[in-house]
Design a protein around this ligand. Sequence first.
Ligand code: NDP
Length: 278
Amino acid sequence: MPKRFSKKVAIITGSSSGIGRETALLFAKEGAKVTVTGRSEEKLEETKKALLDAGIKESNFLIVPADITFSTGQDELISQTLKKFGRINILVNNAGASIPDAKKRTGIDQGIETYEQVMKLNVQSVIEMTQKVRPHLAKSRGEIVNVSSVVALKAGWTRTPYYPLAKAALDQYTRSAAIALISEGIRVNTVNPGIVQTGFQANASGSSSDDAQKFYDDMGSNTTAIPCGFAGRPEHIAKAIAFLADRNSSEYIVGQNIIADGGTSLVLGIHGPAGGKK
Ligand code: NDP
């Protein structure tokens, strides 16, 4: 039986680490040719090693160091993918971050330049990549999966208000793009992860990786925060992305969000019976 992504070419942004790396690995194992990208050459090298260790041939992946917030970076990613693989079937807009304020301001005192950086990475780069990849996906009747967050949902976020704002904007963009592009045969959907053990927390808070791991362990053992009783791992999100990127599995799903958060978005922190330490 052919693998579910055989003959598919996927660009996965933010695949030098975390959720994106795991998605690249999963897609490649399931037959896709994948373009892996991020800014850090060191982290890209680690993804390359993970792909090779998983038995993926070099002819089936491409590594492109690029800053996704730069037009030149986006163009490079697309042109190199087309040069090596000849087409694009899937775009996973996964690169994203909660960028700390350079002057360490928090809450609604965070500077407007922080707002601009956060919006540029989490929203503008997705809009630009969608516009640029659109003709290629129209040709292949392809798929776009955006990676948002549970912070896009209704709760307010006092410490870092621009990141949830950006992810909420991304969710709304997904809906608009989905309606516009389905007539060209392109499906657009979103995965909204809850807490997932990646480099995200250390980057967002400026904490050490040990402190970040403590955060994930504490959260995972607090069922008022994560009812399923553990902090998610990148493969949990990669599987949801793969489901939405696979037309055979999800053809009738258009412009929707899959929330993959172990139940976080269902609790208010006041749930007695489900709550407390395990
Ligand atoms: P990581 O920090 O592990 O990965 C983020 C990825 O984005 C890296 O590959 C990083 O590459 C890339 N990236 C960041 N900025 C840029 C840039 N300017 N240009 C190109 N690439 C960039 O975190 P996650 O894997 O957790 O994050 C993946 C997505 O999941 C993000 O959109 C995040 O917002 C979302 N998310 C994560 C959650 C979590 O708890 N982990 C929860 C909800 C959503 P590099 O550093 O090499 O540039």
